[in-house]
Structure formats: structure tokens, C-alpha cells
Design a protein around this ligand. Structure first.
Ligand code: A3P
Length: 328
């Protein structure tokens, strides 16, 4: 893996080394770049190698097209779900929904993360053309490559209740960790999370950046909530399709196409697909995409957090989201 370290890491090495460092979130060495914490170098065994070097490379060179669509989120907010929904919507002519098609839909075979790449990764920078106009990112709004804003392409942000984001992140990082050390205790990472020392953190500032952008440029930035999609998927999927320029026609609606998208992208279906397509290569470092599907519920965090933790998280959320009309 080390041999694959890219020219980007080499190119931005000195700038990265000069960035502020703090106590790390679990095993990840984070650096603060433009107010947010990001991993650097090749740090994990996920297929996507997120890095601050990649953000710098994108800021220097990335050219978005007006027809591109960007999906943005803080990690563990419902990114995988949003990727699947947007991909199914945008490709519904090519890949028919439901069982009427002779073609197997890609989402039954490959992970949403393989259908929609994250841009701040080594793999994207090495092969940007495979994105096909639909890309995702965990970069903060203020650090997005300038051309994404200036080209006026649609940006869809997904936000989730911070308590569920925290608990989901904790589970995820423990699964990512190799087995050589003990699992991280929730209490031990709580203080780091509320300080913002988590990948793409502080969570609240990440959300506020995109929320403000959605209020200032509502035609360019759509702000979705994980909880709303759970509550009224039909309405949210319709809204998403319209916003990214692929509205459902009356005929499609009547034919139940929206429901087909929802079904195809349901937690159960995507999890099933991820299990079926587990990487069978024993020598590979890649982690199965099954890791992205845990419970997929709203409010599961109450089963893990103490009353005190809930109070602290709620207090921060109330203060940070004040006046921004974000409630859960
Ligand atoms: P939980 O850990 O609470 O179950 P991300 O995709 O941003 O990494 O977020 C992962 C969270 O979204 C996990 O939450 C995961 O289970 C949930 N999730 C993934 N796919 C989903 C889907 N199709 N529907 C609802 N939730 C989903």
C-alpha cells in the first residue's frame, strides 16, 4: 500500500506537516486544515484513501462542470444512502428500476461507494473520469474547490442528528480498527468528538457551513435530513430528483418509479447486496462495504449514550444550530 502513495502526498508533504495537530481520533492522525480535521497520507484500509493532500490537490486543479452533481456530508450522516438514491435517480433510464429489466441494476451488485466516488481520495485523483458527473465529498463547504461553487452545479447535503452521528462513528471506527488493540470506549472518544477532533469535524461547523449556503443559495445547495428521508422518503426523493435535474414525470410517478428507487436503496436491500459482494480476496486489505450498514435507525444512540452525554450533545446542537431552522 505504501508503494502506492501518490505524488499528491509527496507534493503537499511540507504544507501538511506544518498544519496543526491534536490528540487523534482513535488511530487516525488528524490535521487541522481551514478549520476542520482531516486525515492525511494513506491512513486506512478502506478502498477510499481520504486525505488532506487530496483536498489541496483538488483546490489547486479540480475543474467542476456545470452538469456535475455533488453530494456532501459529514461522515456517518447517511452518505451511502444519499449516494444510492442519487445514483438510482440519475441513471433510471439506463438502468431500469424494479424487476422488469433484463439488466441487473449496479446497486444490486456494487456498493454505492463504487458507483459514486469521494473526490478527496487518492483513487478519484488517479481516475477522475469514472465519476460520470456524480461525486461525493466530506470536505467542509468553505474548503470546497472553487470551481464547484463558481460552476453553479447542484450540491446536496445530508445532515443527521449529532447523537446518532457520534454513535454511528464510534461503531464504524471500532470496526475499521485492526484487532491488535482493544476497542475504543465510547467515553474516551466522546470528549474528542465534542471538541471536533474527528474526521471532517467539528460536525456542527460542517453542518452550519452547508446550512448557511443552502439558505443563501437555495437553488444551488439542497439541505436534506436523514430523519426526514426516513419519515417521508417519497417526498424527499421527489425533491432530490427535481433539484439535481432529473424530476419524475407524472407517468413515472403513476408507475411507482419513486417507490422503486426507495426500495432499491433501502437499508435492507443495500446491506444484502454488500454481503453478497464481499471482497473474497483474502490478501486484500480492503474492508467489506458491509461496514456501511449497521442499523439504519433514527435515535439508536439513546441505547449507548449516558444521560449526561445526551445533555451535552443536545446543548451544543441547540447553541450551534440556533436560528438555522435545523431540528430533529
Ligand atoms: P448507523 O450506524 O446508525 O446504523 P454514512 O453512509 O454517512 O457512512 O452513514 C452510515 C449510517 O447510515 C449508518 O448508520 C448506516 O447504517 C446508515 N445507512 C446506510 N445505508 C442506509 C440506508 N439505505 N437507509 C438508512 N440508513 C442507512
Amino acid at each position: 500500500r505504501k508503494e502506492k502513495m501518490s505524488i499528491f502526498i509527496e507534493k503537499y508533504k511540507d504544507r501538511v506537516l506544518a498544519l496543526p495537530k491534536d490528540e487523534s481520533w482513535m488511530m487516525i492522525d488528524l490535521r487541522n486544515y481551514q478549520g476542520f480535521w482531516y486525515s492525511h497520507g494513506v491512513w486506512n484500509n478502506l478502498n477510499a484513501n481520504f486525505s488532506v493532500e487530496a483536498i489541496m490537490a483538488l483546490q489547486d486543479d479540480f475543474q467542476a462542470q456545470p452538469t456535475d452533481v455533488f453530494l456532501a456530508s459529514h461522515a456517518k450522516s447517511g452518505t451511502t444512502w444519499l449516494k444510492a438514491l442519487a445514483f438510482a435517480i440519475m441513471n433510471r433510464t439506463k438502468f431500469k428500476l424494479g424487476n422488469c429489466s433484463s439488466l441487473v441494476h449496479p446497486l444490486r451488485n456494487i456498493s454505492p461507494h463504487d458507483c459514486v466516488p469521494f473526490i478527496e481520495t487518492e483513487s478519484f485523483l488517479n481516475n477522475p473520469s469514472y465519476a460520470n458527473g456524480l461525486m461525493a465529498t466530506h470536505i467542509s463547504y468553505t474548503s470546497l474547490p472553487e470551481s464547484i461553487i463558481s460552476s453553479g452545479c447542484p450540491i446536496v447535503y445530508i445532515c443527521r442528528n449529532p447523537k446518532d452521528v457520534f454513535v454511528s462513528s464510534w461503531h464504524f471506527m471500532n470496526k475499521l480498527k485492526d484487532n491488535s488493540s482493544d476497542p475504543m470506549e465510547l467515553e474516551n472518544v466522546f470528549d474528542l468528538f465534542i471538541k471536533g477532533n474527528a474526521p471532517n469535524g467539528p460536525l456542527w461547523d460542517h453542518v452550519v457551513g452547508y446550512r448557511k449556503a443552502s439558505l443563501e443559495r437555495p437553488d444551488k445547495v439542497l439541505f436534506l435530513k436523514y430523519e426526514e428521508i426516513q419519515k417521508d422518503a417519497n417526498n424527499e426523493v421527489k425533491k432530490l430528483a427535481e433539484f439535481i435535474g432529473y424530476p419524475f414525470t407524472k407517468e413515472e410517478e403513476a408507475a411507482g418509479e419513486i417507490e422503486e428507487v426507495i426500495k432499491l436503496c433501502s437499508f435492507e436491500k443495500l446491506r444484502e447486496a454488500s454481503k453478497a459482494n464481499k471482497d473474497g480476496d483474502e490478501t486484500s486489505n480492503a474492508i467489506s462495504d458491509e461496514i456501511y450498514f449497521r442499523k439504519g435507525k433514527v435515535g439508536d444512540s439513546v441505547n449507548y449514550l449516558t444521560t449526561e452525554m445526551i445533555q451535552i450533545l443536545d446543548k451544543i446542537t441547540k447553541k450551534k444550530y440556533d436560528g438555522l431552522d435545523i431540528s430533529f
